[in-house]
Ligand binder design. Structure first.
Ligand code: ADP
Length: 487
């Protein structure tokens, strides 16, 4: 594809970004458009050697960067935010091309990604410590919060820009330096962000990007003792494996792993709100978000009406090439993702589920499209109940009473997001408190914002991103105990 489709063609970068320089390597790999199968760019295939040089650069830059004032760092983050917004349309087009989401969703993600830069520019100036009343007359106890050091971040392909800024912005805000490995499937958004960061004044070595051989780069980022903090968003299996490696050098770790979100609809729910929430939660990004509703638990008395209303909406969903025109959904990221949706659907049908509605596909045959699908009468032991489908497949399970809904909802090792729809205030409070999840959407299917803490419990991980709490993962607490000589 020619780069004339961007108003700033220089945003399409294909090299790694190390120590403020764009770096080639001997080998390159193809970044593909999942809607068409076309090769968008041939990107540098970096490995262990480049990753080590990126850690060298981040280590070398750390002392000077952490010595800048919070106001100086905030000014650079604010400028970066402005530059992202100025290039929002190009960034959205790059994102749709490499990830597939419809342009409207990509524009939304670019704004969301930018919001973390501004939020943490603001938070940078409020990294307060505290003074503790002394435990003896001659004692003075002071607590300061210092940057944790060099940060390594590994991010997924489903949100190619926002998953980056919500790690990098707090890290830079407090004075850390970063080496990022974006998903090899969606490096173009990451490289464009790095380009704009440098333009905004992020000094060389403070933010480095290496893309290519994931396991080799991962070995360096989890093994190098100079990396003091490891932040990962991705699958539970990979996150567990990488976190275990980090323990050899006792790194600080935060993990944002897979979910298995229950979406509970009680008899007294506002049905229109529940259906809109279901569409937003299940079908946004074609079902490829870690907070996507994965299991619909619907109470007996509203089950048939909810199913019929949701079926009307699902039947109207159309999947197509996000750059070619308006579509509700894009393709899935690759053929394996489509195969997983088909496997989950077939398994549920084998166990007695019925297909109530299916959407359309208008994209090219080379694209990895999956039809939006609604299943009813799904067995509680179906694959789609136990595993994250990560695709546009909604399955309804019937329940009778509140305790049963809570039991089914919590019956999973995951604990990221949960949703419930009810008009009863007491029930809303009871159930929100009983759900073993890091985030609960009450009468809404959309919960993400930069001002609120995002993150999970149980096997969905730990650490929080965004909000005032998003700073905590990037600072260490230091105690200074001073002995004061009497006069
Ligand atoms: P998903 O199923 O969403 O693709 P992954 O966990 O495979 O989730 O990918 C999330 C991120 O983890 C990506 O950046 C990917 O390249 C990276 N990754 C996958 N396997 C490894 C590995 N062995 N070492 C380091 N990074 C990895």
């Amino acid at each position: 594809m020619s780069d004339a489709w961007l108003s700033r063609p220089d945003l399409l970068r294909t090299e790694g970004f190390i120590a403020g320089r764009w770096e080639e390597s001997d080998t390159r790999y193809d970044v593909l458009n999942p809607a068409t199968g076309a090769c968008l760019a041939r990107v540098t295939q970096h490995g262990a050697e480049a990753a080590t040089r990126a850690v060298d650069a981040a280590s070398a830059a750390l002392a000077a960067w952490s010595a800048t004032t919070a106001s100086e760092r905030a000014a650079i983050l604010r400028r970066w935010h402005e530059l992202v917004l100025e290039s929002a349309e190009d960034l959205a087009r790059l994102m749709t091309a490499e990830q597939g989401k419809p342009l409207a969703e990509a524009r939304g993600e670019v704004a969301y990604a930018a919001s973390f830069l501004l939020w943490f520019a603001e938070e940078a100036r409020r990294v307060y410590g505290s003074v503790i009343p002394g435990n003896a007359p001659t004692r003075r106890l002071t607590v300061i919060r210092q940057p944790v050091g060099v940060v390594a971040a590994i991010t997924p392909w489903n949100f190619p820009a926002a998953m980056i800024t919500r790690k990098v912005a707090p890290a830079l805000a407090v004075g850390c330096t970063v080496v990022l490995k974006p998903s090899e499937l969606t490096p173009l958004s990451a490289l464009a962000l790095a380009h704009l960061g440098a333009e905004a004044g992020v000094p060389p070595g403070v933010f480095n990007v290496v893309s290519g051989e994931a396991p080799a780069i991962g070995e360096v980022l989890t093994g190098d003792p100079r990396v003091r903090k490891f932040s990962f968003t991705g699958s539970t299996a990979v996150g567990k494996m990488l976190a275990a490696k980090c323990m050899a050098t006792v790194k600080r770790v935060s993990l944002e792993l897979g979910g298995n979100a229950p979406f509970i609809v009680f008899d007294d729910a506002d049905i229109d709100a529940a259906v809109s929430g279901a569409i937003a939660s299940k079908f946004r990004n074609s079902g490829q978000t870690c907070v996507c509703a994965n299991r619909f638990l619907v109470q007996d008395g509203i089950y048939d009406r909810f199913a019929a209303a949701l079926a009307r909406k699902v039947g109207m969903l159309n999947a197509g090439d996000g750059l070619a025109g308006a579509s509700d959904q894009g393709p899935l990221i690759n053929a394996a993702a489509v195969a997983k949706v088909e496997r989950h659907c077939a398994d549920a049908v084998e166990r007695g589920a019925r297909i109530l509605a299916r959407g359309q596909v208008s994209g090219p045959p080379e694209g990895h499209f999956a039809r939006a699908t609604l299943l009813v009468d799904v067995a509680p032991d179906a694959l789609l109940v136990r595993e994250e489908t990560f695709g546009p497949l909604a399955g309804l399970i019937r329940f009778d009473h509140e305790e049963e809904a809570i039991r089914l909802a919590n019956d999973t090792p995951a604990g990221l997001a949960a949703y419930l729809f009810t008009a009863d205030h007491s029930r809303a409070t009871r159930v929100s408190e009983a759900l073993e999840y890091g985030m609960v959407g009450l009468n809404t299917g959309l919960i993400s914002t930069e001002v609120a803490p995002f993150g999970g419990i149980k096997e969905s991980g730990f650490g929080r991103e965004g909000s005032q709490f998003g700073i905590d993962d990037y600072v260490s607490i230091k105690l200074v105990v001073a002995e004061i000589a009497p006069a």
